[in-house]
Write a protein that binds this ligand. Structure first.
Ligand code: BEZ
Length: 240
């Protein structure tokens, strides 16, 4: 029986701003060394509860259909469940050969799907949540930057399929925030105004309020926005 301390270690959770925990794994696309094989790319590491389940199937079809879109944003996808490699291969083949869903068919999942029967990786990344399930990973999403730092973590329970437009929006918003040194407000999309944080890195709050900082529009000392056109974002982030 595990002690409390061992239990805590067994269910460790990495945090935003920390280095992505390292692991080696067998996947449907061969062996990987994570995150070093992904250096220089953004990567979404995500878990799903089980192969041959309907919500997961709808998610994989959606994610696979968006793989080129994510690639344009220099973002690679890596899936994981606590199933074995042959189950993964059989499930992905069935999806391609038999499943038609919301206009998607013959969907080939080309990104790697990790086998994690031992739950080693799932436990390292806090994907096992015993309150939800002892035997299945929850729907965890880790967005990791090109230096291997965890930038966003999102968790969904077993019954709730993810919104993949939101994951794409989050990747582009993180990249835009890095590229322009800004923050992005609620529901931001390329072309919307961005937020300039109040930390006095460029000028004083007084300067801002008096309109002395070019391009800023301030509603109060703590709420200043700036325009960055959709074209600028697409050029810098998506190299379009
Ligand atoms: C599903 O993907 O459909 C699913 C998986 C585990 C529990 C409930 C639903």
């Amino acid at each position: 029986m595990e002690t409390n301390n061992e239990n805590q270690l067994a269910y460790a959770m990495p945090r935003i701003g920390e280095a992505a925990p390292e692991f080696k794994a067998v996947t449907t696309q061969g062996d990987i060394n994570f995150p070093s094989d992904y250096k220089g790319s953004w990567v979404i590491l995500f878990s799903h509860p089980a192969d041959f389940t309907p919500v997961c199937t709808s998610e994989f079809m959606t994610f696979a259909s968006m793989e080129d879109q994510f690639a344009e944003a220099n973002t690679k996808l890596v899936g994981l469940s606590v199933d074995g490699l042959y189950s993964h291969i059989a499930w992905l083949r069935t999806i391609k050969e038999k499943i038609e869903y919301r206009g998607m068919k013959n969907v080939e999942v080309k990104f790697p799907l990790i086998e994690d029967i031992t739950m080693e990786v799932a436990k390292k990344y806090g994907m096992m949540m015993p309150g939800e399930s002892n035997t299945k990973a929850v729907r965890a999403v880790f967005i990791i930057d090109p230096k291997g730092t965890i930038r966003t973590i999102i968790y969904y329970p077993l019954s709730l399929g993810r919104n993949f437009d939101e994951l794409y929006r989050a990747v582009v918003a993180l990249q835009a925030a890095d590229a322009f040194g800004v923050a992005t407000p609620a529901d931001w999309r390329p072309g919307d105004d961005v937020i300039i944080s109040p930390a006095g890195s460029c000028g004083t709050a007084q300067d801002r309020m008096e309109g002395k900082e070019e391009g800023l529009e301030c509603k109060d000392w703590f709420f200043c926005t700036k325009k960055i056109s959709k074209e600028e974002v697409l050029k810098k982030v998506l190299k379009k």
